[in-house]
Design a binder for this molecule. Sequence first.
Ligand SMILES: C[S@@+](CC[C@H](N)C(=O)[O-])C[C@H]1O[C@@H](n2cnc3c(N)ncnc32)[C@H](O)[C@@H]1O
Length: 228
Amino acid sequence: MSSQGAEATREWQDREFAQRWVAADHFEGLLGLPRRIAAAIVSADRPDSTLILDVASGPGAFLTAMLDELPTATGIWSDTSTAMADEARVRLAAFAGRVEFKEVDMTDLPAAGLPSGIDAIVTSRAAHHLERAELGRFYAQAKEILAPGGWLVNLDHIGPVEVWDRRLRAVRSRFVPSGAEGPKHHHNYPLTSVSDHLDAYAEAGIDDVEVVWRGFYTCLFMGRKADS
Ligand SMILES: C[S@@+](CC[C@H](N)C(=O)[O-])C[C@H]1O[C@@H](n2cnc3c(N)ncnc32)[C@H](O)[C@@H]1O
């Protein structure tokens, strides 16, 4: 893992920081729509899905949206933070018996001993901590454990080109309250761009990809692995 990635991971281990972040995360409500859209698209394509993996799941909102939409699926909650695991155990209590909790470092998926044949791998607001090369590795490693026709879904913050950064920044506070995403935490700047993500999907061998939703700096990327 890069030193930036290690720094990003380290601060989430701090129980007090993780709890403050979860309590102050008013952005979460805004992301309900893209999470539900992603779940609906996966469900329409793979209604009998049996296994969903949420990477860097935190409190578990993306896994919740997926399990709500896919009644036959079980889920793997994964993260490196034990503080987040405690939060998620409470929030995912309604899915008791359908969720396995697993410590997984998103920069080294093969080391986690994850099963293959997964119907959808989802992640949100975490991959922007990765540098471009790490993002490429993450997508490639995720693709390896997806079922043919499985989905790799990333709801993530991106870095636009400078002129668009200025335009978006100038008006964003009218729509998204500042500080909506909890206490400040470490980020790698510049963040990877939309093209970085699309290129990284393509390099991983997933070329059926779309930016399904976007709000300011946050994009829902959905890529479907080929059937064979
Ligand atoms: C901003 S929170 C997002 C949580 C959740 N996905 C959401 O959108 O509500 C970032 C999460 O990434 C996790 N994380 C950071 N580095 C990680 C890594 N290398 N592997 C797995 N999880 C990591 C943190 O522990 C934290 O739960």
